[in-house]
Design a protein around this ligand. Structure first.
Ligand SMILES: [Zn+2]
Length: 168
């Protein structure tokens, strides 16, 4: 979780969860994956993730047009999930007592830091943002960032825990 004092925190991912996410991102290539990490309490360590299935970015050209040709030229760049899927996620969370603690997406061409559009469209300041960097798909990298409102983006450490679930 982000440190309340302002120091960058760390993201603790169960090894099995991290492995599943990386494998899913690799399988999705040349498509991207994006979604949420979920925990049993606010700011807790993630116990699962959800990959979004819808992407309505082509229906919202105005959202990405300020960022230039890159988004017009690369149909896999940029993503917006459909409102009905956001609603389904919220229902799932309340039914299972889960909380969103972070977001993620995969990078295929970009290096392991948040681009301007990543930072501008980061959904909420209390969520961290993890990148699955697959520039070399055989050497995936996980990098996480805190993006608190009105403060600069800082990198967080990513710790892979051997346990299958959260620490007691
Ligand atoms: Zn990105």
């Amino acid at each position: 979780m982000p440190d309340p004092a302002g120091a960058p925190g760390r993201v603790v991912l169960p090894g099995a969860l991290a492995g599943r996410l990386v494998a899913q991102a690799q399988r999705a290539m040349p498509g991207k994956v994006f979604g949420y990490f979920l925990a049993t309490r606010r700011f807790g360590d993630p116990v699962e993730y959800l990959v979004m299935r819808t992407n309505t970015r082509d229906a919202e050209p105005d959202l990405f047009s300020p960022y230039g040709r890159y988004f017009a030229d690369h149909s896999d760049a940029g993503f917006v999930c459909a409102p009905r899927e956001s609603l389904a996620v919220e229902r799932y969370l309340s039914r299972h007592g889960l909380h969103k603690v972070g977001v993620f997406h995969s990078h295929q061409r970009h290096p392991g830091f948040l681009t301007t559009v990543d930072a501008d469209l980061h959904p909420a300041p209390d969520l961290w943002h993890l990148l699955v960097v697959l520039r070399n798909p055989y050497y995936p990298l996980l990098r996480a960032f805190a993006a608190p409102a009105g403060r600069r983006i800082t990198e967080m450490s990513v710790v892979i825990s051997p346990a299958a679930g959260p620490a007691p």
